[in-house]
Design a protein around this ligand. Structure first.
Ligand code: ADP
Ligand code: MG
Length: 335
C-alpha cells in the first residue's frame, strides 16, 4: 500500500459505512422488520468494498467487525422476535464467506494484473534491447579495435589511456550482453540434468577466481542423485552468478558452500557464504535490474538468475543475516 491507511479515502468510506449502518441498525424501530432486513443486507457493501481494496485481510477484518457489531443485535432480537433472530444468525457466516471469497478473488486479480504489467514491461524492454544491440554493439567493436591499434603505436601514458578505452569498452559490452540476456530470454532447451555436474563445471570454470580470492569451497551432493528436466546451459549461468556473488562477498578469509538436496518432488541447490550479508531492507532490491553495490557490477546477475529459475517453474530465494552470511537457494520442481 502506498499511503498510510488513515489517508486513504476507501478506508474512511468503509469505516463510515460500518458506523452509519450500525447506528441506523441499532436505532431502527424494534418491531419493524423492514429496517432490520435492510441494514442487515447493507452491511455487505462495506465488506465488499474493503475486500476489493485491501484483499483477503481487508475482507476478513471488516466481516469480523460487522459480525461483532451485528451479534448483539441478534441476541436482542431473539428475546422479542425469536423466528427473525434465528434467521438473522445465518447472516454472520455469510458476512465472513463474502469477505473471504471477495478478498481472495481480489488478491488473485491483483497478482494477475501485476504479472501482466511485468510481462508487458519485459516485452517492451526486449524490443528496446534488440534495437540497442545494433546501435551500440557495432560501434563498440569499432572503438575497441581502433583503440587496440592505437595502443600499438604509442607508449607510456598514451598507451595506458588506450588500455583504459579497451577495458571500458569491454565493460560496456558486458553490460549490453547481460542486458540483452535479461530482456530477450532464449527459450528453454530441457533435458535430464544432474545438478551436481552443472555445479562442478561452474566451479571448474571459476577455479582461477576462487584461487585468487583465497576462498575455500565445500560441496555436498546426494550419493545417488537423480536428474531434473532443465536447460543445463541456462542453469549454469544461474549457478555461475550465485557462486560469483558468494566469492565476491567473502573475499579472502571466507568460505563458500554449494549443495544439492533432493526432497520429495523438489530439488534444492544452495550457495551459502559467510560474507557480510545483505541488510534486510535491501533483500528485495537485489532482484531489481541494475541494483548493484559493486564498482564494476552490472546489477543484472540476480534478475537474470531469478528469471531463468522462474522459467523452469522454480523459485530463487535469498536469505541473509548481516554479519553472518547469505544463502541463495534455487528450488526446482522434479528430482
Ligand atoms: N552473496 C551475497 N552477499 C552479499 N551481497 C550480495 C550477495 N549476492 C548479491 N548481493 C548483493 O546484490 C547485488 C546485486 O547482485 P547481482 O544482481 O548479482 O549484481 P552484481 O553482482 O553485478 O552487483 C550485489 O551488488 C550485492 O550488493
Ligand atoms: Mg552478480
Amino acid at each position: 500500500m502506498d499511503r498510510p491507511l488513515w489517508r486513504q479515502p476507501e478506508f474512511w468510506t468503509t469505516v463510515a459505512a460500518v458506523v452509519v449502518l450500525s447506528v441506523g441498525h441499532y436505532t431502527a424501530p424494534t418491531h419493524d422488520p423492514f429496517w432490520h432486513d435492510l441494514f442487515r443486507r447493507l452491511y455487505y457493501l462495506p465488506i465488499i468494498l474493503a475486500a476489493f481494496r485491501y484483499g483477503l485481510s481487508g475482507g476478513l477484518v471488516t466481516s469480523i467487525l460487522v459480525s461483532l457489531l451485528f451479534l448483539p443485535h441478534v441476541l436482542m432480537t431473539r428475546a422479542m422476535l425469536p423466528r427473525q433472530a434465528s434467521e438473522a444468525v445465518f447472516e454472520i457466516p455469510l458476512y465472513l464467506i463474502v469477505g473471504i471469497v471477495t478478498g481472495i478473488l481480489s488478491d488473485r486479480q491483483r497478482k494477475a494484473n501485476e504479472s501482466l504489467r511485468r510481462a508487458e514491461r519485459l516485452r517492451t524492454l526486449g524490443e528496446m534491447a534488440a534495437g540497442m544491440a545494433h546501435e551500440v554493439k557495432n560501434p563498440l567493436a569499432a572503438i575497441r579495435s581502433s583503440a587496440q591499434i592505437l595502443a600499438g603505436h604509442v607508449s607510456g601514458k598514451d598507451a595506458e589511456f588506450a588500455g583504459i578505452v579497451v577495458s571500458e569498452v569491454d565493460r560496456l559490452n558486458k553490460v549490453v550482453n547481460e542486458f540483452l540476456e535479461y530482456a530477450r530470454p532464449a527459450p528453454l532447451k530441457r533435458e535430464p540434468v544432474k545438478l551436481s555436474a552443472v555445479l562442478d563445471s561452474c566451479l571448474e570454470l571459476l577455479a582461477p577466481v576462487i584461487k585468487q580470492a583465497g576462498v575455500a569451497v565445500k560441496r555436498t551432493y546426494p550419493s545417488d542423485e537423480g536428474t531434473v528436466d532443465a536447460d543445463s546451459a541456462q542453469l549454469r549461468q544461474v549457478f555461475l552468478n550465485l557462486i560469483l556473488n558468494a566469492i565476491q562477498a567473502v573475499e579472502n578469509q571466507g568460505s563458500v558452500e554449494v549443495s544439492v538436496r533432493e526432497s520429495g518432488r523438489e530439488t534444492q541447490v544452495t550457495v551459502k557464504d559467510n560474507g557480510p550479508g545483505i541488510p534486510p531492507d535491501k533483500l528485495t532490491s537485489v532482484f531489481e535490474p541494475f541494483y548493484t553495490t559493486k564498482p564494476g557490477g552490472t546489477g543484472l546477475g540476480l534478475p537474470i538468475a531469478q528469471r531463468i529459475v522462474a522459467e523452469h517453474g522454480g523459485r530463487l530465494v535469498i536469505e541473509s543475516t548481516p554479519g553472518e552470511g547469505t544463502t541463495a537457494t534455487v528450488i526446482l520442481p522434479g528430482g
